[in-house]
Structure formats: C-alpha cells, structure tokens
Design a protein around this ligand. Sequence first.
Ligand SMILES: Cc1cc2nc3c(=O)[nH]c(=O)nc-3n(C[C@H](O)[C@H](O)[C@H](O)COP(=O)(O)OP(=O)(O)OC[C@H]3O[C@@H](n4cnc5c(N)ncnc54)[C@H](O)[C@@H]3O)c2cc1C
Length: 482
Amino acid sequence: MDNGHEYDVIVAGAGLAGNLAAAGAAKAGLNVLLLDKNKPEEPGKKTNWGWVCGDAVAVQHLNFVKDHLGLSFSKPELDVQVDGVIAYSPDMESKFLFDGEGYVLDRPEFERKLRDFAVKSGAHYVPQFDVEGPLIEENSVKGIFGKDKDMKHMEIRAKVVVDALGIATNLRRKLPDNPYIDRVVDVEDVESTGRYIYDMEVTEEDPRYYDPKNALIHLNQTISPGGYGWVFPKSQYGRVNIGIGVQRASLIIRNQKLGKNDTLHSLMDEYVRWVPNLKNPKPFMKDNNGKGYWSVAVRRQLECLVYNGYIGAGDSMAMPNPISAGGIGPALVSGVLAGEHAARAVHDRDAGMKNLWQYNLDFNTAYGSKTAGMEVFRTYLQSLNNETINYGMKNFLSTKEAEDLCYGRTPELSLAGKFKMVLKGAGNISAFSNLVYAVKKMKRLNALYEQYPKTMEEFPKWRQQVTAEVEETKQRFQPNPI
Ligand SMILES: Cc1cc2nc3c(=O)[nH]c(=O)nc-3n(C[C@H](O)[C@H](O)[C@H](O)COP(=O)(O)OP(=O)(O)OC[C@H]3O[C@@H](n4cnc5c(N)ncnc54)[C@H](O)[C@@H]3O)c2cc1C
C-alpha cells in the first residue's frame, strides 16, 4: 500500500459491513483494500472498550450472507441459539415476541471469521490504519486520507470507497454538503448504551429475567429511560450479555422528575442489581470484552446511501432497527449489497451517484422499507410512562398486533379495544388515540418507502414528504418517561 496508489475499491472499517463488502468486491475480481484502525486480531472492535453489542442476530440475516456469498456459520462464532427475543412490560405481567429465532454471537470470533473470509477472497487487509476523511475532487469521493501504524500521513485513491466505519464515521461526516446524504444524526435519535458480559450465579429459575433459551428485553422507563434493558444468554449457564440503552432527553426528564442525578453508568449497575435471580456478577474477560459503553442510532437509515464514488453500509448510515436497535442484520445485508454494487460500478467504469443509485433500491427491498415506520413507533413508545406501557400492553394490543408493530407491520386495531379505553381514564384514551395516529403514520411511511424513488431526480421531493411525516410525529410525541 503506497501513498497515491489507486485501488478499485477501498473499504474503510473491517467490521460486519466492511468485511463482507470487501469479500464480495474481491470475489468479483477487484483489487480491494480493507482498512481498520484496530490491531490485526481485533477486526470489528468498536472502541477500546471492546466489541460493545448485545450480539443477538436473527437467523434470516445469517442466511442472507450464506445465500449471497456462500459463507455459513457454526461454533464458536455462533455462541448460543435462541428461540426468539421476548419483550416484557415494566410490571413484568405482559410479554410479546420482539424478534424470531436467532443466535447470540461470540462477537470477536464472528468478526475474525468475516475478516478471514475477506482476506481469503482476495482483499488486502491493513490493520492499524486510521481513516481520517475522504479525498474529494469535483464533488466526488476519490479515495481516503489517514495515518498508517507508523503515524505516516497517507492518501490512497480508489474508484469506489465503501464507508463501513460505524456510527462515528468520519467519511460520511466529511462529505461535501449535499441534498442527499445527511452528515449529522440528531442526538435524540441515538441511544447511549452500556453492556457487560458477566458470569452470574442463578439463584432461582425465573424465565422472565434470565432464560437460557431466549433473549429477554425489559421495557422500563425508570431504569432505561427512552430505551430498554436486556439479558441475553451465552452458551455457559449463568453467563449473560446484559445491558441498557437510554435516550438523552428521556434521561434528563427522568432525573429532573425523580430529583436524581443518574448516568448511563449508574443505571447500568442498577439494572444488574434489579434482575432478582442473577447474583455475584464477575466480568467474563475473554478478548478483554467484558465491559463497555458505546452508541447506536435508532432512526430510519439515512434516506440516501450513496454519493459520487461513495457507498455507505451498516452503522455509518444509521441502519440499526429503530425499535430493537438491532444493527447486525442490516450491517450484514448492506455489506453484502455494497460489495456487489461497488463491483458493478467498477466493471461499468462509472462510480457516479446515478449508477450507484440501485444500491438504495436494493437495500430498501432487502431491509430498509419498514424502518421509517418503526422510527415513528419508537418515538411513540418514548412518549409513554411505565404505567401506560403496562396498561397498553395488556389492553391496547393483542400479542399478534404488538408483534406486527415490532416488525414494522401495521395492524388494524380492533374496535373492542377502543371501547375498553373509554372506560379507563383520560390518559389511556389519549395514549390509545396516539397509538392509532402512530399506526396511521407507519402505514403512510411504509407506503412512501414502497415507492422509494427509482432515480436520483425524484429523490428530493420524496425525501421532503418523508421528513414532513416523521417530523410531524416527533412534534406530537415528546419524550415523557415518568
Ligand atoms: C451496546 C450495544 C448493543 C447492541 N446490541 C445489538 C444486538 O443485540 N443485536 C444487533 O443486531 N445489534 C446490536 N447493536 C448494534 C450493532 O452492534 C451494530 O449495528 C453493528 O456493530 C454495526 O456494524 P458495522 O460493521 O456497521 O460497524 P461497527 O461494528 O461499528 O464496525 C466499524 C469498524 O470500523 C472501524 N473504524 C472505525 N473508525 C475507524 C477509523 N477512523 N479508521 C479505521 N477504522 C475505523 C472499527 O474499528 C470497526 O472495526 C448494539 C449496539 C450497541 C452499541
């Protein structure tokens, strides 16, 4: 790798999305450079804290990788299989299925497997390289600049750059100002998260708090304002991936109303103590990955994912599911698609935005078409206190309706439910009419995304409509955790 050298494709970031993009482009015969700031054996490590994640992934996303790239997974990277992800109400009396069958990963093993696959496919992997920004010429990305492991400034050129740098990307954030890709994500669309991997003593069987066969989510606006807590099992009995996510605005309001000064860190420890049947936590420090904090975006993916010479994939494009914060699936899917489209653009000798546009459409079809609706539902949820969530989970929705909403589908809400509401107080009536409003908005946004613009010329008008719908919802549903 020399200063000024030109590759067909540079993939920045050897995480989930980056490794797969690099593997796909290399398999198509291209000259691919894969860069990551981490040490060689630490691909995908997000921060010095480690591979901070809940590590739960639904099986269909792993199948997507297998179908497109022929890569399949087993032990040790698939640490344990789970039947599903189950969400509990704050009073622990109601539950519904949040997501289907899947796995909790041994994340460092999983990432190393993807990295090995990229290298075997022909990508040139350079660790300990800090990507600092894009090389821009005439409104096109022409490569990247950064520092190698000896702190030498380097400029490396490519026909296409894939941005897979995760949420803190300094490629997308340094693109020229343009009407397609936002450079900034609103802080209220980002969850601050803490996650520990602990060996714990199971003092009593209670599958509402710890279930070796299911990933559990606890909705509780006091402990995790604007987010949720999770207890995901690992393969060894009593070992858990445990964490919380909080929204900044919800945390501030919650602290003001309760006269407290809690932080993500204090709430994280409170959550660990709150789980009644898991005691004596001991950090499980394999790969030095036992404790960490990081952020995850919970909005619709950026409306446009391409620029001239540039494709974004995974967290760099805010792709995690707005309700569950599940970003492994979309990172895998977008990584695969980014590799395919980078290869197509190089073969076409045209990496202009127009020619890359089909990536937007393909990601929308494979994953993204429901996320704007889900963002609306997330915003609605953040406007409810524990009492209303308890009441709503018992009375507003059937299990099937709740499950539909978590998948971004829009149920017809039954009239019987509406009549029940009238009997149970003004707060609940307004929460229910807000739910009806949210479902209508979800339908509208799902319909708009069904008609994702086929050309870049149609995009600005479509985007205006999407933004107006989402903004109207955010005006109506303000955070109100307590
Ligand atoms: C606490 C927490 C819990 C989560 N739980 C789940 C879950 O249970 N299930 C789920 O599906 N999703 C979950 N997510 C989301 C999921 O972890 C991410 O969506 C996923 O990791 C995104 O993958 P990625 O490849 O896009 O980016 P990343 O995993 O962030 O990888 C980015 C890569 O880019 C490299 N990089 C970054 N900056 C530079 C630079 N300047 N120069 C060079 N290299 C750089 C990094 O070293 C890293 O290797 C969670 C997230 C958090 C924070």
